[in-house]
Design a protein around this ligand. Structure first.
Ligand SMILES: NC(=O)c1ccc[n+]([C@@H]2O[C@H](COP(=O)([O-])OP(=O)(O)OC[C@H]3O[C@@H](n4cnc5c(N)ncnc54)[C@H](O)[C@@H]3O)[C@@H](O)[C@H]2O)c1
Length: 353
C-alpha cells in the first residue's frame, strides 16, 4: 500500500461533530499546525462546543446538528469524533455525497462496521477512518526506509506496551463490551495491515484485570499470521501500576538488512508522556553497523492526525483516487479485530495431560 506524503492544496471548510477529549487534544492542535480550515463545531454538550470554539478560534459553533447541516455545502468536510455508539445515527443524518472522516473504531463491532460501510457506499460518500498511527512521523520515516530498500524484507514486527492506562478517564468505556483491542490495539492491528497487508489468520487472548473489574478485557496478546517467515505480535498490558521505572512501549521492525525500534512516549507516565526515540541499525556487506538514533519532528499525538485528514482532503480535491484510510480498506482492520475477539473466545488447544 503506498501512502501519499502530499499536502492538500484546497482549503475545504471542515465541520467538526463532537468536541470531546480527542478533538481538543489532537484533531484541532494538528489542524492548526497543518493550517486546515476549520469553520464550525457541534457537540450535544453546548458548553463543550462553545469552549472548544473559543480555544481554537473556530468561527461558528452550533447547538444542533440540523443548524450545522443547513450551513454545509458540497465543499464541506465533516470530521466525526463522537463515541462509536453514536457514529451510525450521525452518519445517517449527513447529506448524500458528503465527505467524512470518522473517528475510530469503525463502530463497536464488525456488524456495525459493515453497516457503516453500506451506509457510506449507498450515500456515495468519500469516507475514511481516523486510524492515524499509519501517518505518525516516526512511521512515515520507517516507510521511507522500507521503500528505499534499506531494511530489506520485513520479517518481524513486535509491538510491546507495558504501561498504566487510566481507563477511568473515558466514561463511555464502562458501557462497552470491548475495550482493549477495539479501542487501543486496533491502532497496531491497523498499522501492521498497512505495512504487510491482510493477515491470513489472527490468534489472540485478551483478559480482564481484577483492579479494573468493571471494564471488559484490558490486556491482550495478538498474533497476526503472515505465514512461515514473518512474525507479527502485539503484546499490551495497561495495568502496570508499579511506577514509571519499568514502563515501556515500543514497536520494533526487523528486516533482512536492518531494523528499527521506535520507543513511543505518549502512553508512558500518562497523561504526561515521555519523549519518543527512533533507533535503527543497518547491515552493510553482511556486517551489522551500530545502532543509531534519528531525531524525528513531531509525534503520534497530535501530528499523525494531520495525515489522516490529509488523505480525505487529497481525495476530495482529486489528487488521489480515494483515501488510503478509506472505509473500504479499514473494514479489514475491523475484520481482524473481530477475529481477535473470536480467537480469544474460542481459546487455544488443550494439552493432552
Ligand atoms: N484515533 C485516536 O487515536 C483516538 C483517541 C481517542 C479517542 N478516539 C475516539 O474518538 C471518539 C471520541 O473520544 P473522546 O476521547 O473525544 O471522547 P469524549 O467522551 O471526550 O468526547 C465525545 C464527545 O462526543 C459528544 N457526543 C456524543 N454523541 C454526540 C452526537 N450524537 N453528536 C455530537 N456530539 C456527540 C459528547 O458530548 C462528547 O463531548 C471515540 O470513538 C474514541 O474511540 C480516537
Amino acid at each position: 500500500m503506498t501512502i501519499s506524503n502530499q499536502i492538500p492544496v484546497k482549503q475545504f471548510p471542515i465541520f467538526i461533530i463532537g468536541a470531546g477529549g480527542i478533538v481538543n487534544s489532537a484533531h484541532l492542535p494538528a489542524y492548526k499546525i497543518a493550517g486546515y480550515n476549520v469553520q464550525g463545531i457541534f457537540d450535544i454538550d453546548i458548553e463543550k462546543s462553545t469552549t472548544t470554539a473559543a480555544s481554537f478560534d473556530i468561527p461558528k459553533w452550533y447547538n444542533n446538528l440540523d443548524a450545522m447541516l443547513a450551513d454545509a455545502t458540497s465543499e464541506t468536510v465533516f470530521d466525526l469524533a463522537v463515541p462509536g455508539s453514536a457514529m451510525i445515527e450521525v452518519l445517517e443524518k449527513l447529506p448524500e455525497g458528503a465527505t467524512v472522516l470518522l473517528q475510530k473504531p469503525m463502530g463497536e463491532n464488525f456488524d456495525e462496521a459493515n453497516k457503516i460501510l453500506k451506509l457510506t457506499r449507498s450515500k456515495k460518500m468519500i469516507a475514511a477512518v481516523n486510524f492515524q498511527l499509519r501517518y505518525a512521523p516516526f512511521i512515515m520515516e520507517l516507510r521511507k526506509m522500507l521503500a528505499e530498500g534499506r531494511l530489506g524484507e520485513l520479517l518481524d514486527i513486535e509491538v510491546n506496551v507495558n504501561v498504566y492506562t487510566p481507563w477511568h478517564l473515558w466514561d463511555f468505556l464502562f458501557k462497552t463490551e470491548r475495550v482493549e483491542i477495539l479501542y487501543h490495539s486496533i491502532h497496531y492491528i491497523d498499522l501492521i495491515r498497512s505495512l504487510l497487508g491482510n493477515p491470513k489468520t489472527v490468534y489472540a487472548k485478551t483478559v480482564k484485570h481484577p483492579a479494573m473489574k468493571e471494564l471488559a478485557s484490558v490486556r491482550s496478546n495478538i498474533i497476526m499470521d503472515y505465514g512461515e517467515m514473518i512474525r507479527s505480535n502485539i503484546l499490551t498490558n495497561h495495568c502496570h501500576d508499579y511506577g514509571k521505572g519499568r514502563q515501556q512501549s515500543y514497536m520494533k521492525f526487523e528486516g533482512s538488512k536492518g531494523a528499527v525500534k521506535i520507543s513511543f512516549g505518549v502512553l508512558k507516565n500518562y497523561p504526561e508522556g515521555e519523549t519518543d526515540k527512533f533507533e535503527y541499525i543497518l547491515t552493510e556487506n553482511g556486517k551489522n553497523k551500530t545502532w543509531k538514533k534519528k531525531e524525528i519532528d513531531g509525534s503520534w499525538f497530535p501530528h499523525a492526525f494531520i495525515g489522516s485528514m490529509a488523505q480525505v482532503l487529497l481525495s476530495k480535491e482529486g489528487t488521489i483516487n480515494r483515501p488510503d484510510n478509506s472505509v473500504e480498506d479499514c473494514i479489514n482492520t475491523m475484520a481482524c479485530v473481530e477475529a481477535a475477539y473470536e480467537s480469544s473466545r474460542i481459546g487455544g488447544i488443550e494439552p493432552n495431560y
